[in-house]
Design a binder for this molecule. Structure first.
Ligand code: BGC
Length: 893
């Protein structure tokens, strides 16, 4: 019997309040491969149970298990059910269904933006980068004095007819927590982090069941969030605006066919609540009980509340749900509460996570509790604040005025941590310490395990770092910057797509990347962009888009196409990519390194194809460099042109996929021309580059910017460099994702595996050996002597090695986009005795397990229905027709 599961509307688990102009349904199937679905029938039924659309599709004609809606226009605020019925070859039916709703596509926004009438305090954040980097500007010393309290907003209203449906819409400049008649509705940290002036998420909530009786109350708490709060590397506030505001509009539909709209306006009142302040970086201070809990109920006496200010900020940037929301994804009890050698009380979560601690405590007198979060303890086991910088306090404070039992947790902040220093409590006062992990709701689609426990731990760490850095946007790290650095995501994209279904999440973020693209085509290094980014290492007039970071606008959609099989991700962002490539081409042909005019005409001509000037991050953080900007300066001249050659090549492929033959030809000629120029300008007779760094050879080989006849010797040279470095890598952000494959594909498999299995720093397994539970930003975040540095311990970029493991060790390759055809080719000579993986591709679950036995290799493969596969072991191939293979492969151990 076949089963349909993981139904998605527009790729979402929670498809509520959609405003997208197109609707698409997708699903996966499970069952025996012999039972093929023959056709599918799709239906959409409206809330009156009327069938409004029906479509039959031949299973054979479906490219992916997805069908676009092409029925009558869907109504604003409409609630629908969609149903998919499959028919198998035996004539059996299998059915599944799900709901979706449409947002306010009429755009008849009637509400006013509202805010409390208080004078906002402004903190004088330091914008001098050097002062921030040298530690002169550190944690906020008196948050009470410089931060503003979240405010409570309320309004009552009546209904006196039978309600058939009520939908509320809410958004904010800042973040809000919404309740209707005291019951909480809404998601965490809403609205999420976007390029607010161009894209502001407005969420829809079904509040029908909350409107009981005739008298109702809307209650909202409004806090700073990303809008006015401290954000980014520099930890500066007010990056998106200087005041918060709240926006609310509910559409109440009565059974008699009438409709009423309840809006935020000057009839709302405001008051301060249980918070003195709440900031994403600094933390939150609560004084529980200061405001009666009943303030969200209709009969609460709000006579002493104040009137709100109403403003007419725009509603133009409103967008309905396009990715699933942030939510609590896991809770577990802290593994330990310790007293450190220096006598401090510290909660140990047991792993480095992102979220907060929910603490149940009892107090006998008035108490102030301070909880400070950090990712590591020092060498002696004492609490150490590893995240330094302006406003990076990561400290929550609870002022408990009355003795009693409390359950405490923050609402408007989150932290990256494993350890929490507790001040103001004794160990015996803590009844329970529950760790709450938050993240964007993303379906887990991948797992990998093998006979090496260290590699298994590495995979766990990769997964955990992915989870911790996918909170609304893909971030570099969840504590120090929380910024949507394009380069980090680009490097990590293939691994990300294996582990989780990140399609809608990345699609939404890419929409913002495009919205932030400058008119001249430059891609911001961070999306959402913040002004403070501009203070970093740039002079007036400098370019801001860095190679390998800006290139994300091509590489990420390209990766998504291959992993998810949807062509539209390429067509949707083609303009952005093209604008970016045009910018790079212009830069290359118009800006030259010193001395070019002294060169021969031929050489001058070559230089027109080299993007080798401007501000770039280069092969960021290659470990032998003494400092990050040093790593950038040393390598940028080589990283930028090789990436230019690479992305031009991708553009040729993308244009071809989209049927644009002329463009495809243009880009492949361009890519070829860049490669020739790079070889002519940078390679000497011996096949050496002017700068002897591993990463630069890796990039040359990976992007074909390498003399064709000397490929083998260049690879040998790279191999020798690695051997001479004690089989340790020396690659940074721009080259690392290519490193192992370049070695592997150029006859240096052994070196690739030695690097992967290396446990001396810098290496992946060194981190594991040192007890890491996440992927570090820097290989030597903990030094061999145990010294803890101030790096981030949760950066997913170097976790990109996952992609290599899933392919080479696990054996899974997508032979056609979306895994419609797969190649199962585990390298049984990789040194492992077995490996297994699961990947849920758009068609369903792929499972591979291989094991070396005395004189054979057994391979178990399960492919989803409709997916074809080839099994390749060493040089032998079999068409996959069964689930178990016992292959008499000569095995040398
Ligand atoms: C971030 C990176 C980012 C980089 C730019 C850092 O501060 O943490 O991960 O890509 O800056 O080079």
């Amino acid at each position: 019997m076949l089963k349909i599961y993981d139904l998605r509307c527009n790729g979402l688990i929670q498809a509520y309040g959609l405003t997208s102009s197109s609707i698409c349904y997708s699903w996966k199937i499970q069952g025996k491969n012999a039972l093929k679905p023959v056709k599918y029938s799709l239906k959409v039924i409206d809330e009156r149970h009327i069938l409004i659309w029906e479509k039959e599709v031949d299973a054979a004609e479906l490219n992916l298990l997805s069908v676009d809606y092409d029925g009558p226009e869907l109504a604003a605020h409409g609630c629908y059910r969609w149903q998919v019925t499959g028919y198998d070859s035996n004539g059996e039916r299998f059915v599944s269904q799900s709901d979706f709703t449409i947002g306010n596509t009429d755009n008849n926004w009637q509400a006013l933006w509202i805010d409390g009438t208080y004078e906002r305090k402004f903190s004088q954040d330091q914008t001098n980068v050097m002062k921030i980097f040298t530690g002169e500007a550190g944690p906020c010393e008196k948050p009470d004095e410089v931060l503003n309290p979240p405010i409570c907003l309320r309004k009552t209203f009546q209904t006196n007819k039978k309600i058939s449906k009520a939908l509320a819409y809410a958004t904010a400049h800042g973040i809000y927590r919404l309740s209707i008649n005291g019951a909480e509705v809404g998601n965490l940290l809403a609205p999420e982090y976007t390029s607010y002036d161009k894209y502001l998420e407005i969420n829809q909530y079904d509040i029908t069941n909350f409107l009981i009786g005739n008298n109702h109350c809307i209650g909202a708490v409004l806090a700073d969030g990303w809008y006015t709060g401290k954000i980014g590397l520099l930890g500066i506030g007010d990056q998106h605006g200087e005041r918060n505001a709240f926006y609310f509009q509910a559409h109440i539909f009565y059974e008699d066919g009438t409709e009423e709209v309840v809006v935020s306006d000057t009839t709302f009142k405001w008051h301060t609540g249980d918070w003195d302040y709440a900031d994403l970086f600094i933390g939150e201070k609560q004084v529980p009980g200061r405001l009666e809990d009943a303030w969200t109920s209709p009969d609460y006496d709000d006579r002493d509340w104040l009137s709100v200010n109403a403003t007419s900020y725009s509603t133009e940037a409103f967008v309905g749900r396009a990715a699933d929301p942030v939510k609590v994804i896991r809770t577990f009890e802290a593994v330990d509460i310790i007293t450190t050698p220096s006598g401090e009380l510290v909660i140990d979560a047991g792993e480095n996570i992102v979220g907060w601690v929910k603490l149940t405590v009892k107090t006998t007198t008035d108490t102030t509790i301070e909880l400070t979060h950090s990712e590591v303890l020092d060498h002696e086991g004492n609490f150490l604040m590893n995240i330094l910088g302006q406003n990076k306090n990561q400290t929550d404070v609870y002022e408990l005025k009355v003795a009693g039992e409390y359950t405490l947790e923050p609402y408007f902040t989150f932290h990256g941590f494993q350890y929490i220093k507790v001040q103001g409590l004794r160990k015996e006062d803590i009844i329970k310490a529950e760790i709450v992990v938050i993240g964007t709701e993303l379906r887990t689609t991948g797992s990998f395990k093998c006979s090496d426990p260290m590699l298994n731990k590495l995979q766990e760490n990769i997964f955990r770092s992915q989870q911790g850095n996918m909170i609304s946007i893909p971030t570099d790290c969840p504590q120090r910057e929380r910024a949507g650095w394009t380069g980090d995501m680009q490097v990590y994209a293939p691994t990300a797509c294996f582990n989780m279904d990140v399609y809608a999440f990345l699609d939404k973020w890419l929409t913002n990347v495009e919205l932030e693209q400058s008119p001249d085509g430059q891609i911001q290094n961070i999306t959402p962009t913040m002004d403070s980014d501009k203070y970093i290492a740039r002079k007036e007039g400098d370019n801001f888009a860095s190679a390998a970071w800006g290139d994300a606008c091509v590489i990420i959609p390209y990766t998504m196409y291959h992993k998810y099989g949807k062509k539209q991700i390429l067509s949707k962002y083609y303009n952005m990519m093209k604008k970016w490539m045009d910018y790079v081409e212009r830069e290359a042909s118009s800006s030259f390194i010193d001395g070019v005019d002294q060169l021969s005409d031929e050489m001058q001509e070559h230089h027109k194809y080299l993007w080798n000037t401007g501000v770039h991050f280069g092969d960021w953080l290659y470990p032998s460099s003494e400092n990050p900007f040093g790593s950038a300066d040393m390598t940028k001249e080589y990283v930028a042109p090789t990436y230019f050659a690479y992305t031009s090549g991708l553009m040729a492929e993308i244009s071809d996929i989209l049927g644009m033959a002329e463009e495809s030809h243009r880009y492949s000629t361009l890519s070829q021309r860049i490669k020739e120029a790079y070889v002519a300008v940078y390679f000497d007779e011996e096949g050496r580059l002017p700068v002897e760094l591993q990463g630069l050879y890796v990039l040359s080989l990976a992007t074909d910017c390498c003399p064709e006849d000397r490929r083998a010797s260049v690879a040998r040279h790279l191999d020798t460099m690695i051997k001479e470095n004690g089989y340790r890598l020396d690659t940074g952000f721009a080259s690392i994702a290519f490193l192992l494959d370049v070695l592997y594909e150029n006859g240096c498999e052994e070196t690739a595996y030695k690097l992967l299995n290396q446990d001396q720093a810098p290496s992946w397994l060194y981190e594991v050996k040192m007890g890491a539970t996440t992927i570090w930003e820097r290989w030597l975040a903990i030094m061999p002597d145990g010294t803890r540095t101030n790096a981030s311990y949760n950066h997913f970029a170097f976790g990109c090695v996952g992609d290599f493991m899933y392919r080479r060790l696990g054996g899974l390759y997508e032979e056609s986009p979306g895994y419609q055809k797969v190649l199962v080719a585990p390298d049984i000579d990789c040194g492992l005795s077995w490996a297994e993986l699961m990947h849920e591709c758009p068609y369903g679950e792929i499972q591979i397990r291989w094991e070396r036995k005395a004189e054979a290799v057994s391979v178990d493969v399960r492919l989803p229905i409709g997916v074809e596969g080839i099994l390749r072991i060493r040089d032998e191939e079999w068409v996959i027709t069964q689930e178990h293979y016992e292959l008499p492969v000569a095995v040398t151990c």
